[in-house]
Design a protein around this ligand. Structure first.
Ligand code: SF4
Ligand code: SF4
Length: 386
């Protein structure tokens, strides 16, 4: 049985967050049973990009601060470790730590902000796709990883929570290589699962006090949910997160593939704490729903059509400040500046990974659905045998 604990937490006041996390750790057997004195504990937040906490694109610093203090009280030595989007270097880390409030959380607790840029190559023999990978050395060296995710929508993967958050254990722009090599959504989902299984955080916490709906993970709208979720199993934590926002887990490629790979059994998950059905957000906006994950004869055909007729990114030139971030992060390097200094996408090579959308600081990339996509989604709903 995999236990998941869902606890109400109305706001980010540090005493309230601490109290809620204590209950969650209690549900896992108590923090003293998890953390031993002298243990090196790495907190892995979601620090997608340099946004302030109120934007809800990143794990709130109050959650990190509270976990750090509780771990320290139990005798653990805390570091905050993350590879945000874009280049992985010290100036970029400093900028992200300052904007997201991690610097303040570290100052309040004495937790260490990571600036060690080394990676370590590890074998991942049980993986389906990612048999070897290079992960951030400070995560590798930690005795225990606490994965502290943010509950958000994701234009490519539908949802991001605990499992997807461990993609940030891959350094900087190397993440783009995975997008490039694995341009089918199911395969990319398998890659995310492989990375999660390789890093295997012992504790997963999802910051769902204020999540992000709409154009997540970077350009969506903050949405109040009022919960913190905890589990030692990231899939179980995500099952709770999805149930909270009223999304069938089978519509999320990572969860669908994890179940197919027998890494996750929804009927083996036990919920504790708040009753999700009474706090569920019925109108959480999840625009990427429409993943063709139906079982049966039509699946391969639907998958083929889905790949051809995927939505595409479009630059909103009125908003674009030509900062070049999208050009930097685009895995197939299919974005460039035209002669008039406008940003242009060559759709011939676009793999619809939406990294440009994810990292644009100006919300100047929108996702366009085409007519065929709408037909496909109609077919998916109509033809579902789940
Ligand atoms: S990241 Fe956004 S603002 Fe920057 S160049 Fe690309 S579209 Fe324009
Ligand atoms: S243009 Fe955007 S969606 Fe297309 S491949 Fe580049 S980053 Fe991905």
């Amino acid at each position: 049985m995999d236990k998941v604990i869902v606890e109400l937490c109305e706001n980010y006041r540090i005493d309230r967050v601490t109290n809620t996390l204590e209950k969650i750790f209690e549900g896992m057997g108590g923090i003293d049973s998890l953390i031993k004195p002298g243990m090196r504990v790495a907190l892995k937040p979601n620090l997608l990009l340099a946004k302030k906490p109120d934007d809800a694109a990143t794990t709130h610093p109050a959650v990190i601060q509270a976990i750090a203090a509780l771990v320290q009280k139990a005798g653990g030595l805390v570091s905050i470790v993350e590879s945000p989007g874009g280049p992985y270097n010290v100036p970029s880390l400093k900028r992200v730590y300052a904007a997201t409030g991690m610097e303040d959380a570290a100052n309040e607790t004495g937790a260490q902000l990571n600036f060690d840029l080394r990676v370590e190559k590890i074998d991942n023999p049980d993986a389906l796709i990612v048999k070897t990978l290079k992960i951030l050395k400070p995560l590798r060296d930690a005795d225990l990883i606490i994965n502290v995710a943010k509950l958000k929508t994701h234009r490519m993967m539908v949802y991001t929570g605990a499992v997807k958050n461990m993609f940030g254990s891959i350094a900087g722009l190397e993440k783009a290589d995975y997008h490039l090599r694995l341009d089918q959504y199911d395969k990319f989902a398998d890659c995310l699962i492989d990375i999660y299984m390789a890093t295997r955080p012992q504790i997963n916490i999802i910051d769902g006090i204020i999540g992000m709906e709409g154009e997540g993970p970077g350009s969506g709208v903050p949405k109040y949910l009022g919960v913190l979720i905890g589990s030692q199993n990231g899939f179980a934590a995500d099952l709770a997160g999805l149930s909270l926002i009223n999304v069938d887990y089978r519509q999320v490629p990572v969860m669908k593939r994890a179940e197919e790979r027998k890494l996750f059994q929804p009927d083996q998950v036990v919920f504790e704490g708040a009753d999700i059905s009474s706090i569920r957000c019925e109108d959480f906006d999840v625009p990427a729903l429409g993943y063709p994950g139906n079982k049966g004869v039509g699946r391969k055909i639907l998958g083929f059509i889905e790949k051809i007729f995927r939505p595409k990114p479009e630059i909103i030139h009125d908003r674009c400040i030509v900062c070049g971030k999208c050009i930097e992060v685009c895995p197939p390097k299919t974005i460039h500046k035209g002669q008039d200094n406008k940003v242009i996408i060559d759709y011939g090579k676009c793999i619809s990974c939406f990294c440009c959308h994810e990292f644009c600081p100006e919300k100047a990339v929108r996702i366009k659905k085409n007519v065929a996509r709408r037909v496909l989604e109609y077919k998916r709903t109509w033809g579902s045998d789940d």
